[in-house]
Every structure is written in structure tokens, then in C-alpha cells.
Design a protein around this ligand. Structure first.
Ligand code: TYM
Length: 333
């Protein structure tokens, strides 16, 4: 069955292995399936929910697009655009913010994590950010949303908003209620310094993540310094549950090779971490180096990148503004 795919990535620089294995690699697989209609969005409106340097933001928008293409998304097949260029996203977000309930948003754990202790100083945008995400998805009658595990709660909210709108205005299935596509394994890549914390761009230590622009030496060094425990590699997957760092490194290795943790545990059962780390570095360099070289090359082709975004925004705008018009009619404008 053909699927309508939508997903977004924030242009906040330093896209990392978590973004790749949790999301972008899956975008590429979905994009390769001829049946699917895919839309991938550089969500610059989401990025400004925290402070951004305008010049860096402009560069990061191009870099996110370059990362999509370097990873294997074909801009001739899929629509790739930046969110701020399609005004229907902001307009629909306002209307949906009048459908979403405070109680629903109050439960969002990512806001609590990102706002930290001083919630009073967080932007209103950071709080209402999942409503904008719902608008992104619902404007395109999306059927499936590929994301990492950390976006699961936001997708549940999106489904609630869609259903409440449909019920409140008695419009049947006007908004399609989308399904999340979250891989059972590898949808939560953890920090290389702490296997209980998510790999993230906001983590201070660069040693905690593999950036998609890292070179060979950086990758090898980061894996060498990655935290492990003092035991040899486990002999069964059950053991992994109590060993978060081993679980994460084995997961990364398995995901890069399109394998699974069970097979990798068997392969390295009882071996030393130093042997495993050597193999892991090798696979990482093999898979990530071509992407990082391609990103760097594409960043010199600003006109090419800008043309893709322009064409993508025109195509997205055509679809989104039609849906927005219907939304406006339904609410009585
Ligand atoms: P963002 O920009 O934080 O992350 C982009 C994608 O990367 C995934 N991800 C991870 N996956 C596994 N392990 C990790 N450590 C890891 N870190 C990040 C995220 O789950 C995400 O899929 N709100 C979204 C962007 C967005 C969006 C949307 C997504 C805006 N509108 C509509 C889907 C549909 C975000 O901030 O992702």
C-alpha cells in the first residue's frame, strides 16, 4: 500500500549518529520505495524555539538539506523544503493550538527536559512546539511519520489533536490520524559517555556523540574513549539490559550493518571491548565517512541547495495551502 510519509529535522547544526540511525536512515529506505510519497522538512520554525544566531541558522538549514541528500534521499523523488517558507504551517498551528488542551501539553516530557529548572524563562514557542509539529504532519494527510523514540509522545499528541478536531467539528476523517514509524531496535541511540542518556546535539561534550561531519580520526578517537563497563562483551542479549553502554555500542554496530543485536552478541560473545571497538570504528568510518565527505562537498554548492529548497517549498505550499483553506472553512472563517 502506498504511504504518505512526512518527517522533520531541526536545523540546529551538528546532526549526529542518533539523528541518522533513529530517523534519516529510515527516511532513505522509505524514499527508495517507489510506492511512497515522501515529504522531508527542515523545521526552521521549530529551531527558533531556543536562541539561534541568524547567520548560523541560514547555514544550518542548508547543512540539514545537504545531510538528507548525502545520506541518500533523492530530491527529485521526495519533496524537501524548509518549514518557514510555507506559511500554512504557522497558520494551521494557531488553529490547532485552539484545539489542543493545556493539560495535554503540560504532560510533554521533552518540554520539561528542554526547559530545565527555570520553566518561567522558556519561550512560549518551546511549550507549544508539539502543536506546530501536529500542523506539519496533518497538513499533508500524512499516513506514516518516521521518527526516533523521543518523538513518540509528540506523535500521540498529534493523533489526539486530529481526533478532537474531527469530533469537535463533526468532519469524519478530515484529518487523517497518522501512525508513528518507530523502529523497535535502534530508535534511541545513547550518549557515548553515558549509556542511560540520549545522544544529543545539546550535550556539552563532543565526545558524547559521533557527528555526521566527523572525520576518520575523530570517529576512531571517540569510539576509543567511549564508556564501557569492566566485563568482557556479553554472551546473551538478556545481559544487555543491565549493561547500557554495551547495549548502545552493540546497537549502533548492528544498526549500521542492518543486522540485529542478537547476531552481534553471538559474533563478539565473551570478547574484549578493545577488539569490538576496533570493528565498530571501522564500520562507522566506512558508513559515515562517505556521508560527511558528501555533506562537505554539497555545502560548496549553495545555489544547487537553495534551488532544491525553493522547488520543494513551492510543491509543499501547493498541497498545504489547499488543506489550510479547508481547515479555515471548517472553523468558520
Ligand atoms: P530533532 O531535530 O530533535 O531530531 C530529528 C530526528 O532525529 C531523531 N533523534 C534520535 N533518534 C535516535 N536516537 C537519538 N539519540 C536521537 N536524537 C534525535 C528524532 O527522534 C527525530 O526523528 N520535533 C522534531 C522535528 C519535527 C518533526 C515534525 C518530526 C518537527 N515537525 C513532524 C516528525 C514530523 C525534532 O525536534 O526532531
Amino acid at each position: 500500500m502506498s504511504k504518505k510519509i512526512f518527517s522533520g529535522v531541526q536545523p540546529t547544526g551538528n546532526l549526529h549518529l542518533g539523528n541518522y540511525l533513529g530517523a534519516i536512515k529510515n527516511f532513505v529506505n522509505l524514499d527508495n520505495d517507489k510506492e511512497n510519497e515522501c515529504i522531508f522538512c527542515v523545521v526552521d520554525l521549530h529551531a527558533i524555539t531556543v536562541n539561534q544566531d541568524p547567520k548560523k541558522l541560514r547555514d544550518n538549514i542548508r547543512e540539514t538539506l545537504a545531510t538528507f541528500i548525502a545520506s541518500g534521499i533523492d530530491p527529485k523523488k521526495s519533496i524537501i523544503f524548509n518549514q518557514s517558507k510555507v506559511s500554512a504551517h504557522s497558520e494551521a498551528a494557531w488553529i490547532l493550538s485552539c484545539v489542543a488542551r493545556m493539560g495535554w501539553l503540560n504532560r510533554m516530557t521533552q518540554f520539561k527536559e528542554k526547559a530545565g529548572k527555570d520553566k518561567e524563562k522558556a519561550s512560549v514557542g518551546l511549550y507549544s512546539y508539539p502543536v506546530l509539529m501536529a500542523a506539519d504532519i496533518l497538513l499533508y494527510d500524512t499516513t506514516h511519520v518516521p521518527v526516533g523514540d523521543d518523538q513518540k509522545q509528540h506523535l500521540e499528541l498529534c493523533r489526539d489533536i486530529a481526533q478532537k478536531f474531527n469530533n469537535d467539528f463533526k468532519v469524519g476523517n478530515f484529518f487523517h490520524v497518522p501512525e508513528p514509524l518507530i523502529k523497535k531496535e535502534f530508535s534511541r541511540i545513547m550518549s557515548l559517555k553515558d549509556g542511560t542518556k540520549k545522544m544529543s546535539k545539546s550535550e556539552l561534550s563532543d565526545l558524547s556523540r559521533i557527528n555526521l561531519k566527523d572525520n576518520k580520526e575523530e570517529i576512531v578517537n571517540k569510539i576509543k574513549k567511549a564508556k564501557t563497563d569492566s566485563l568482557p562483551l556479553p554472551t546473551s542479549v538478556v545481559e544487555l539490559e543491565k549493561r547500557p553502554e554495551a547495549k548502545n555500542l552493540i546497537g549502533i554496530y548492528a544498526s549500521l550493518l542492518n543486522s540485529n543485536s542478537e547476531k552481534i552478541v553471538k559474533e563478539f560473545s565473551g570478547k574484549n571491548f578493545s577488539d569490538f571497538k576496533e570493528s565498530l570504528s571501522q564500520v562507522l568510518v566506512e558508513k559515515i565517512n562517505p556521508i560527511s565527505n558528501e555533506i562537505k562537498k554539497l555545502l560548496n554548492e549553495k545555489k544547487y541547495l537553495d534551488a532544491i529548497l525553493l522547488e520543494g517549498s513551492e510543491k509543499a505550499d501547493e498541497k498545504a495551502s489547499k488543506k489550510l483553506k479547508k481547515i479555515q472553512e471548517i472553523v468558520g472563517f
